[in-house]
Design a protein. Structure first.
Lengths: 373, 362, 415
């Protein structure tokens, strides 16, 4: 976008807000490499195609900001990229538009109707699938503490005696409880069954052992860009994170990092449409394009997250090497997907219902644990 | 009384420089006698305050030695010198009452409580502030604060008290009455006082001796009377009291009198103080009150002047005349003799004795 | 009795004086009015509205008004009767039709966990209810949790229009359904820990600021203007940079591979393997917060010290006090006003800080304000957040009141 058009749109915004709203859509996502992949993958193409300006806004998850906007009656967001849990909570609270799925979203390029083309049923009526990604951990291969003997399991992450050094983990309970139980010997597929039965305490005890071990210790990350930074700076010896962020740090920045695919959590990410957003109609059209077969495949060109549509995978596979970046050139992306066979040998499938239903207890226990570390 | 030392305080070849380029005090030699009220007088920047600060110990001499009661004190810190000091802005401790202010030096000396009370009562009585013990400094008038400051400097019986322009902030009337009060306190206690001021009237009123400072040096050290009547150089003459001057060249010099040709070509007979040979340039100094108007008696110097300005001053009238080319020549005419009819432009005959007319350095 | 005094034009003096004074007062008021209105509308009113949220549950009450009323006669010792369950059924049905059952679920979930899924599941099955059969049985058929009396008890008090239970939560207490007040289970206690930590950090940072600011302020006050201005600029430099930039620079400096550790390692003070942990712990919190808040201590100290005449110390030493004694008895007491003003400023700012400690302090840097932010942004329990904010506000006001009591607010000098 040239400076002139920016200025003009800014002027339009100031002078005639009602006019400006007709030609733009505000999309809120997690920032960094992920937002970049969305922007390059379907945001910019849609803007070029439709002439509707797509604005990208960063946030760090949660519903409070949109809730505040709704409460104050000054809604500025149209589309939000959210956790499954938040689509459920937000939908229950009436924050988001409920979809008539097969009518609202186009069939895939393979001809399958939308509800069949998406890998899994939506967690709520307000959600439309976006990507599959994994929470896994990575380490810095240059770190002298490993001495050539690299970790390869979730157990290793929780074993500071074998691999001394600080761990960086997510600042909320999500992912940490699952990892802890897997490391404690719970089969990956049964993690949430154990949660109901004293599993939270068991997971927190496991985490306490890790974080209070003088050879271990924990720091917490809250933005997806942090884990790779902390690994490179040496602040942490191992860090959990989102596989696409790790992947980009490795291929685009040449960071000496390696991901461990064991006991990771396969999770879904969704778009929601804000009810009463400033450009709801335009936003719906944009969302249809974003979540089309080509749209979802487009973002995989720039980050190692799997598109939610089966048909998008066909698009990618027909054209490998699909991933492209200036630094790395063209890379075959399928082996790096969180859904690739080699990356799904032992994984936990995220259960957003459990988080949505037990949100309060989980968070109370987690925050109290963290504060009393 | 005969046991009193004449060199109770002694400055010996003291130099002081702040910046390493200029000397603020140059080769100062000064003896201060015990019990004496000595004033350091001079314009600002003349080195008088620096001299006082060196004596108090807040400044260190760059060269030379200061002796106090026979002991060299250059290396003694101020709090061990036992010298009382009154500061220009009083420096009363604002958070302590009058009583506590006065008790401070005594408590430091670990004087016991009953004696502290006794001494404070005595001192407050001396400065007529009995009953003000519990006031805070901010609740006192300027004059009262000043007296507290004096009391505080005296309460621990120092042998030497330094005062740095203590009356500078008071109004004229109060200043004059305080001058007498300080003088009386000095006389009754017999304490040695070194007093700094730039006010010559104050210096003349209070001092036993005055050291006139200029340019880092003592220009003249003598009693008030002598200083006024017989200044040794033109700086002192002009600094102390009012002064009419002529400049000229010595033509002829004999014991007790010199003939000097002024720049306007007339010849004045003067008392040679700082000139010794003919051909020297000289500045002639003459006090206004030593000039007679329409002189009848025999005087060496008689000239005619022209009145330029008449200023009424209450007890006297000042008349500015042009005399021998000097347009700023001042006469003081007592108002008792105001039967004299003076008008601007009138001619006036003036005369004075050669003794009163001092030929000083140029 | 005093005679009436009149001005020369015959008016009563007191009346005339009032007239003249009134004009002056009006002018003064008009000058202050814009700021006053701004503060009232942009600050005071919103704050009170926010604080009201801590006890306000009116919206929830309006969703289930009748249920709440019917439940007043239910003592909660046995399962509720049909009057309660039927009323609840009809009101929930209305809620589902009008799409606010989600809000009900979320709010009830604050009272008792598990309510979200309970309400959601029940809402979906509501259309299958037989309105002539026993409602309680049908509720239990839909979800066995309805057979647990605690959910009904939670429903009863969850619909109170006003309640003060969030203030109990603020101090890790809870009110049991029988009305007794007890501490929550040990593993869940968090707020008291954080209150104490917040006070510890605020006091500690205030002390560190004082220790660092005192000498530098003294130096500033005695240096010639051209040097002191330069030094003052250095001291005020933190004001010119955004908080986040400053905090991130501290992260760059303090991290394990950071500038400070690198320097120490290259100088040989610290071995490469045992680099100092300066970040993600209390040390980091103290260092960063002290630097950020230092100017707030320096400015009041400086302004007070500037007014202390150097001759006071000279006077004290001339009277025989050693420099230390003179400092302790004269100089130090005269700086009390500056110390207290600086301390209250730093303390009040520190007690509400959260971005910096959260970024450089790691888990140890979580303070009560982080908790407030957490409830505002993550858990969305705004009532609890505002209850905690109210307690924090009161704590600050108490500090302010103590300050006024001990030092007197008139003595505050800020520069």
């Amino acid at each position: 976008m040239s400076r002139l058009t920016k200025l003009i749109s800014l002027a339009a915004l100031l002078v005639a807000p009602s006019m400006a709203t007709a030609a733009e859509v505000n999309v809120v996502s997690w920032g960094g490499a992920y937002t970049e992949s969305q922007k390059l993958g379907y945001g910019d193409p849609y803007q070029e195609m439709s002439g509707v300006q797509v604005n990208w806004i960063d946030y760090s998850g949660g519903l409070s900001e949109i809730k505040a906007q709704v409460e104050s009656g000054a809604i500025t967001w149209d589309i939000i990229d959210v956790y499954a849990r938040d689509t459920i909570i937000g939908c229950d609270e009436g924050l988001f538009v409920e979809f008539d799925f097969d009518n609202d979203f186009p069939a895939g390029v393979n001809g399958m109707k939308a509800s069949d083309d998406f890998f899994a049923p939506m967690p709520s009526d307000c959600a439309v699938g976006n990507i599959l990604y994994s929470w896994n951990y990575a380490y810095n291969t240059d770190n002298i503490n490993f001495d050539g003997n690299y970790p390869d399991s979730m157990e290793d992450f929780f074993n500071p005696d074998k691999y001394p050094g600080v761990r960086s983990i997510y600042s909320s309970a999500m992912s940490n409880l699952e990892f802890a139980l897997v490391a404690d010997g719970v089969p990956a597929s049964e993690v949430y069954d154990y949660m109901e039965d004293n599993g939270i305490d068991r997971a927190l005890d496991k985490l306490t052992d890790l974080c209070t071990n003088p050879k271990g210790g924990c720091i917490f990350w809250s933005a997806g860009a942090q884990p790779p930074e902390q690994l490179v700076s040496g602040e942490a010896i191992m860090a959990t994170g989102w596989n696409g962020r790790h992947f980009n740090a490795i291929v685009n920045e040449g960071s000496p990092m390696k991901m461990v695919w064991d006991g990771q959590i396969l999770d879904y990410e969704y778009f929601v449409l804000v009810k009463g957003g400033p450009n709801q109609e335009e936003a719906m059209k944009a969302l249809q394009y974003f979540t089309s077969s080509e749209g979802l495949a487009g973002s995989a060109k720039h980050i190692a997250y799997a598109p939610f549509r089966i048909s998008s995978l066909d698009v990618i596979m027909a054209d490998e090497p699909w991933f492209y970046s200036e630094q790395a050139g063209a890379v075959e992306i399928m082996p790096h997907m969180p859904t690739a066979p080699a990356n799904t040998e032992n994984y936990v499938l995220m259960n957003p219902e459990w988080y949505a239903d037990n949100n309060t207890e989980i968070n109370d226990a987690w925050e109290a644990w963290k504060a009393n570390l | 009384m005969n046991s009193k030392k004449s060199d109770f305080v002694k400055f010996e070849q003291v130099d002081k420089s702040y910046d390493g380029k200029e000397l603020v005090v140059k080769g100062l030699d000064l003896d201060i006698a015990e019990g004496e009220f000595l004033t350091l007088l001079g314009p600002s920047g003349s080195g008088k305050t620096t001299t006082l600060m060196m004596l108090a110990g807040f400044e260190t001499p760059t060269n030379g030695e200061i002796y106090f009661d026979g002991r060299p004190i250059n290396n003694i810190p101020p709090h061990k010198r036992g010298i009382g000091m009154v500061f220009q802005n009083y420096a009363l401790f604002p958070h302590l009452s009058v009583y506590e202010n006065l008790a401070f030096p005594l408590k430091v000396r670990k004087v016991d409580k009953s004696e502290i009370e006794e001494r404070i009562n005595k001192t407050l009585k001396m400065v007529s502030l009995t009953g003000f013990e519990n006031r805070m400094p901010a609740q006192l008038s300027g004059g009262q604060q000043q007296r507290v400051a004096v009391a505080r400097a005296l309460v621990f019986d120092p042998k030497l008290v330094l005062m740095d322009e203590p009356l500078g902030a008071l109004d004229k009337n109060l200043r004059e009455s305080m001058q007498y009060e300080l003088k009386h306190i000095h006389e009754s206690l017999g304490v040695t006082v070194v007093y700094v001021t730039h006010d010559q009237g104050e210096a003349l009123t209070m001092s036993n001796r005055i050291a006139v400072f200029n340019d880092g040096k003592v220009q003249q050290l003598s009693g008030p009377n002598e200083l006024y009547e017989t200044p040794v150089n033109s700086f002192v003459a002009s600094f102390i009291g009012e002064n009419n001057t002529f400049t000229g060249t010595v033509k002829e010099i004999a014991s007790g009198s010199a003939k000097i040709e002024t720049d306007s070509g007339e010849t004045i007979v003067a008392n040679p103080i700082a000139v010794s040979s003919s051909g020297e340039k000289s500045r002639i100094s003459l006090r206004p009150e030593r000039v007679s108007i329409d002189p009848n008696e025999q005087l060496e110097n008689k000239f005619t002047s022209e009145i330029r300005e008449i200023i009424y001053h209450g007890d006297h009238t000042r008349v500015r005349v042009n005399l021998l080319g000097n347009d700023e020549f001042i006469l003081k005419v007592p108002n008792a003799s105001s039967d004299l009819k003076l008008n601007v432009g009138d001619k006036l005959d003036l005369g004075w004795s050669s003794h009163d007319c001092r030929a000083l350095d140029y | 009795m005093t005679a009436e005094i009149r001005t020369s034009d015959g008016e009563l003096l007191s009346v005339k004086l009032k007239k003249v004074e009134r004009r002056r007062r009006t002018t003064a008021f008009l000058l202050a009015a814009p700021l006053l209105f701004f503060i009232v509308f942009a600050y005071v009113i919103p704050i009170f509205q926010m604080l009201g949220r801590s006890i306000d549950n009116a919206e929830m009450n309006s969703f289930l008004t009748e249920t709440h009323e019917v439940m007043q006669t239910w003592d909660g010792s046995e399962m509720p009767g049909e009057d309660v369950t039927s009323t609840f059924y009809y009101e929930l049905k209305t809620a589902v039709e009008n799409k606010y059952h989600g809000k009900i679920a979320t709010r009830l979930n604050y009272e008792k966990g598990g309510f979200t899924s309970l309400i959601k599941k029940t809402s979906r099955k509501l259309k299958n209810f037989d309105e002539n059969a026993n409602f309680l049985d049908q509720f239990i058929d839909v979800h066995k949790k309805w057979g647990d009396i605690e959910y009904w008890q939670a429903l009863k008090r969850g619909t109170d229009a006003y309640h003060f239970r969030k203030y109990l939560t603020t101090f890790d207490y809870e009110q049991r359904f029988d009305g007794s007040i007890e501490r929550i289970p040990e593993k869940l206690r968090i707020n008291v820990t954080l209150w104490l930590r917040t006070i510890f950090v605020a006091v500690g940072v205030t002390f560190c600021c004082f220790i660092l600011a005192y000498p530098i302020s003294h130096l500033l006050s005695v240096l010639p203007t051209r040097y002191s201005n330069l030094l003052m600029i250095c001291v005020l430099l933190p004001f010119w940079t955004s908080l986040l930039v400053r905090t991130s620079s501290w992260m760059v400096l303090l991290q394990k591979q950071g500038v400070l550790n690198d320097t120490l390692v290259s100088l040989g003070f610290v071995a490469d393997e045992s680099r100092l942990e300066l970040m993600y712990n209390m040390t980091g919190t103290f260092i960063a917060m002290t630097q950020i808040l230092l100017p707030f201590m320096v400015l009041p100290l400086y302004s007070v010290m500037k007014t202390i005449s150097p001759s006071l110390m000279r006077a004290a030493t001339s009277m025989g006090a050693t420099p230390f004694h003179a400092f302790r008895k004269i100089y130090f007491p005269l700086t009390y006003a500056g110390i207290s003003a600086g301390s209250i400023l730093v303390f009040v700012l520190a007690i509400g800080y959260y971005i910096t400690p959260a970024l450089v302090g790691g888990a140890k840097g979580i303070l009560i304000s982080n908790r407030i932010a957490y409830h505002m942004q993550q858990s969305l329990d705004w009532s609890l957040a505002t209850a905690m904010a109210t307690v924090l506000l009161i704590a600050v006001l108490v500090v302010y009141w103590l300050y006024n009591k001990i030092v007197g607010i008139d003595n505050m000098r800020l520069g």
